[in-house]
Design a protein around this ligand. Sequence first.
Ligand code: PHE
Length: 444
Amino acid sequence: MAREQWGTKLGFMLAAMGSAVGLGNIWRFSFVAGNNGGGAFLLLYLVFVFLIGIPLLLAEVSIGRKAKSDVIGSYQKLAPGTPWFLTGFFGVFSAFLILSFYAVVAGWSLYYLFHYITGDFFQAPAEGGYEGAFGGFITQEWQPLFWSALFMTMTIVIVFSGVKKGIETANKIFMPLLALLLLALAGVSLSLDGSMEGLSFLFRPDWSALTQPSIYVQALGQAFFSLSLGMGALLTYGSYLSDDKRLPGAAVGIGLMDTFFAVISGIVIFPAVFAFNIDPSSGPPLVFITLPSIFEQMPLGGIAGLLFFFALSLAALSSAISILEVPTAYFMRLFRWSRTKASVIVGVIMFFLGISVSLGFGIWSGITPIGERNILDSMDYIASNILLPLGGLSMALFVGWYFTKATALKAVDFGDNVIGNVWYGLVKYLLPVMIIIIFISSVL
Ligand code: PHE
């Protein structure tokens, strides 16, 4: 059977943007920025996106397009008889870790959507407000699992419907809707009393935050997570791309779009956080408490909330499918499984892994695998701050050092000109050095 392909280049770009834009931009970005002092974090994050993220994104997609295989197969094909393929296992492993907690958080979003459909969340619940409602929900055993299972089922169905029909069509609809909603919400959030404080938290860096080594790892991890880098999601999507589609413009477009969504959601969330006196470092629950409070303040807020959680769930879905696609593509080739069989088996395993994440907010909240972190935070930490940057490092080394310069430039459609050389220098030297330094400084 011929390998699948995207219908058009635009289809690929939308799918890659769909992968990049997700819970990472809204949910993860806001609590990581909130925990790390706001402005200084944002600045560092932007530096990493442009210096490391976008050049690496180009390299990652090009590996897939050149090899036309999954994350492990690509290395085997391009570097036969070498141990390079081992780095592909990082990707498959990260996919299992990330989707198992991602589906839990996406399940929360579906639960909110449901309560906006029924109207229950149009107004803060009398007892405990939104904070109480959220806390009461995530600490339960069965309810959150139900929503997470529902989310995983939708993800599996799209993935087994195939690359073109499922993934591509879904993204064409979701992305523009989410952008419009976020822009409208930013307007409302800015009009709240006390919004200025939130803006200065986000845009006025407190330089002393930069003296903490952890902020560098966090900003790097956020850049990787948000751009879907280092796991092979974009490599796998690139493998469905034919050689005549040019890559550089697409890579910049994906990077800019992802950054746009992160900054806008910061502008939505932080003014509201300060206006409603919420602690910006309240961690993963942050957006689930802040956003409903904004909706409550605005005219037709119930409808806005409904649309928002609809779009957020869809954005999560378009990212989740790209994560599920990584092991699915691998197992389809390895065991010659059908797409349906591979995606169902992988998805179900991930759901089971996610059960521990969900219970980690309730009966298993005493389990803290790494430091003070609960199960979700621990899995997120390992995947985003360690595995993704390591996966990215190996991609940079592969393109920068295993390929000849001519092969590398050709793989990304650059000529041997200024831009080509700048990109090559970044990928070959600067990027690996920066990733290694940040790494070492975080363990010391
Ligand atoms: N980038 C996605 C988001 O921001 C998450 C993701 C991470 C997707 C890694 C694929 C690979 O939500």
